[in-house]
Design a binder for this molecule. Sequence first.
Ligand code: AMP
Length: 468
Amino acid sequence: MSKKDYCGLFAIYNHDEAARLAYFGLYAQQHRGQESAGIVTWDGENIREHKGMGLVHDVFTERHLGKELKGRIAVGHVRYSTTGASLIRNAQPFLVRFGNTQLAIAHNGNLVNTVELRRELEATGSIFQTTMDSEIFVHLIARHLRDGGVEQAVAKACARVRGAYSLLILVNNKLIAVRDPHGFRPLALGRVNDAHVLASETCAFDLLEAEYIRSIEPGEMLVIENKCVTSIPAAESIPTRQCIFEHVYFARPDSTVFGEVVYENRKRMGQILAEESTPDVDFVMPFPDSGIYATVGYAQTSGLPLEMCMIRNHYVGRTFIQPSQTMRDYSTRIKINPVRSMIKGKRICIVDDSIVRGTTIRSRVKKLRELGAREVHMRVCCPPIRFPCFYGIDFSSKGELIAANNTVEEIERFIGLDSLHYLSIEGLLKSVHAKDSWCMACFNGDYPIDVSPETNKSCLENEVALSW
Ligand code: AMP
């Protein structure tokens, strides 16, 4: 089972060029998943599908978009996963046919009672085709469809699962969008002419010149059928717990996520970080691309000059893993290259979004020292990540997290810094608008939903000792 699923969702209802717009909607959200991409459409009689491994522009051709994916309703998905789960059969949307029903589902998030549910479903006859937790929804919906309408079946399925899910479900010509009751992962509603659009991030709307209407509410089910849009509220009202890490790192800065503009929040993180701690240095700099927007805020508040001394090559795709260390070094260096004269003899403060394992920044600091930097300090736009995420962000094992087992001083030494300061939890909360509605479990261990013992066990088995 994949424990690492951050994904991008897109859907459009009632548009002549539904598949083409879905393609662009996924293109805009490529950062949310690069392993596989898929689009399904409803052609009036059947759900059509095309999925493949790789980037959106590798998976779809003119033939798919112009001829095969016919219809005025489309649902698309981009998926990130790691080895093992990186299989074409795990690509989404996941399409099934049973009786007169054709159902396709696209899921962003992670469930935390997968092992138990899967065991229970298999014991009573379900045969799973994939290793994805998302398939559990399909089996639960299929069972409950016997008792009534599809909305009811979806609601009953949601009542059985625990964890993070933003879902897009196409059932024949009906489109259903759901966010879990805590609202961990985003999902936004928009409109372009007579068509409704849904996406994980609003950057997908901008590309299509769609108007942003609102975020789907935690626990809300939105049903779109013909010209009718119905909102079915959650049965129970529980505290909202939206993932603050979407604002720290994951979402694109030009998106509105959970109703808040990511760019503005990131800039404020930098401003508050500067208020908390500013070293005596010659300039502040980001490593592109993450951290750039916070660095702008940091420079404004600290009064330090902002320099962009690391230059990114925008034309690098995947570099093949080479057998020798020299070749691996080339492929790292091709992505980002320093302006050497700017670094020699300078006292530098790096601002970055986060430290996960600490290995990326460690090699970067080593490089800056080799280039003659006199001092290297670092300021980080979020608190130390001490706890694994079970709800869809890719740091699932405690052993991977440098801050889980080390003090700030130890991390400073490991990376080779002259000083290190992380944004405080209070500072992070001041950077965003909503106050009481965040999941901050990766920083404070306060998990909104308990993780089943089996999920927890599989996490602990991954624990490895940090070595340096
Ligand atoms: P490292 O500390 O070597 O694991 O790298 C941390 C950097 O990876 C951060 O500065 C981010 O730019 C990026 N990052 C943050 N979170 C994640 C994540 N969940 N998956 C992949 N990269 C991430």
